[in-house]
Design a protein around this ligand. Structure first.
Ligand code: SAH
Length: 398
């Protein structure tokens, strides 16, 4: 699993080398002219490559990863099992840079949302959802989103760019530290975050090369050490990405289905035009093939009079007959400027009962953090929209 080639590593090295050419080779301080390499860009395998490239043993990667992700140390100087010379060298050529907090909001139900600034004047949102038996961090993968699902707040923000690996894993590192500070515990191993869901802003499978190393750090025993069951990637249905993920990093898979048939799904999730339901469900079957305990979670947002009838529930049952599945019904969270309404609780319960009676494990997702706009589909951040979609939408709704 760690044997993947490392696009961000080679790109960064090329970048650093490229700059060397224009600096004075005789100048001992020439490294000051080079951009520092952010080591949070690398999973363990990539970090081993980095250490080899600077003439150090690959085992350094193991030491440094433990410092960063298990002890939350981001000053090289504090990494006391590295020699002083190596610490100084790292401080001059490398850095450990996380997204910075712009603001923090706490919901009456304990959910916390952070606005984090990332390069290029953008900001993203990360949400922590505490429950009795677990703490879930909802992580963003892109600045905005290019998919334009009609019911989602992120879509209205438009799209700017993919997040880098450091900006993705940095959300987890930031939140772990922040929560530890807030809880007053000094025990680094205290597990406040037990689960991660790639369900924040963006479509993770359209940012595959940065998302996979970040998830590997989440799973790595020397990193965050979360089990595959506790890391979930949610996709609107990027079929080739699902197949690649099965090979490279088979975490739990969630799929935003939202409709039992193609015409309605295409209306709600325009990506359906590219990969229709039949192709998507085939990919889901391939994803869990060979492991009878695995299931795909299908997310289904409950939209009043749009996709919530008894007929829709029965159509969903027959659609998912041959896919090992669980269903998460998500009550629609209102978004300014979007005209859908949430189904009433009677319809949601009736919908759930039909699915359950057919033997499909179904959970209605509790709405969390809606008083601070931290609920599903409400994340918006601060996106310098490149697509002009946000402006078009504002114009259309005014
Ligand atoms: N792009 C990925 C990751 C986003 S996950 C995906 O589509 O799966 C966010 C989840 O919240 C998705 O299932 C999304 O469809 C759902 N969602 C979006 N807007 C929502 C809203 N207003 N109310 C409830 N759920 C919403």
């Amino acid at each position: 699993m760690q044997k993947q080639k490392s696009p961000s590593f080679s790109a960064t090295i090329r970048f650093a080398r490229g700059n060397t050419a224009i600096t004075n080779e005789a100048d001992p301080d020439r490294h000051l002219m080079q951009p520092r390499i952010n080591l949070l860009e690398f999973d363990r395998h990539q970090l081993e490559g980095f250490f080899r490239s600077i003439g150090e043993g690959a085992f350094r990667a193991r030491q440094v990863i433990q410092w960063i992700y298990q002890r939350h140390v981001t000053e090289f100087d504090q990494m006391t099992d590295l020699s002083k010379t190596l610490r100084q060298r790292l401080a001059s050529i490398a850095e450990l840079r996380l997204p910075e907090m712009v603001s923090e909001q706490t919901s009456t139900d304990g959910t916390r949302k952070w606005l984090l600034s990332v390069a290029g004047g953008n900001a993203i949102e990360t949400v922590f959802i505490p429950e009795d038996d677990r703490g879930t961090l909802c992580v963003s993968s892109q600045v905005g989103c290019s998919l334009n699902c009609t019911f989602c707040a992120t879509a209205r923000q438009g799209y700017n760019r993919n997040l880098s690996t450091s900006e993705i894993i940095g959300q987890l590192l930031f939140a772990s530290r922040r929560l530890r500070e807030a809880s007053g515990t000094h025990l680094v191993n205290e597990r406040l975050i037990t689960n991660v869901v790639m369900m924040g802003m963006g479509e993770p499978l359209l940012n595959y090369d940065a998302v996979v190393p970040a998830m590997r750090l989440m799973l790595d025993d020397l990193g965050f050490g979360l089990s595959r069951r506790r890391v979930t990637l949610s996709t609107a249905g990027v079929v080739p990405g699902i197949d690649r993920l099965a090979i490279d990093c088979p975490v739990s898979l969630a799929v935003s289905l939202h409709a039992p048939g193609d015409p309605l799904r295409t209306e709600l999730v325009p990506l359906n035009r590219k990969y229709n339901i039949a192709e998507l469900l085939d990919a889901c079957r391939r994803y869990v093939a060979g492991d009878s305990r695995r299931r795909v979670t299908f997310e289904y947002v409950m939209l009043k009079d749009i996709n919530d009838s008894e007929g829709d529930a029965r159509a969903l049952v027959s659609l998912l007959k041959t896919v090992p599945s669980k269903i998460n019904l998500i009550p629609f969270n209102p978004v300014a400027g979007i005209a859908y309404e949430c189904s009433d609780s009677r319809s949601i319960n009736r919908f759930r009962d039909i699915l359950m009676a057919a033997g499909i494990m179904t959970v209605t997702r509790k709405t969390r953090g809606d008083d601070i706009d931290a609920a599903c589909g409400q994340l918006a951040g601060n996106v310098l929209d490149r697509t002009r979609r946000s402006a078009r939408m504002r114009a259309a709704s005014s």
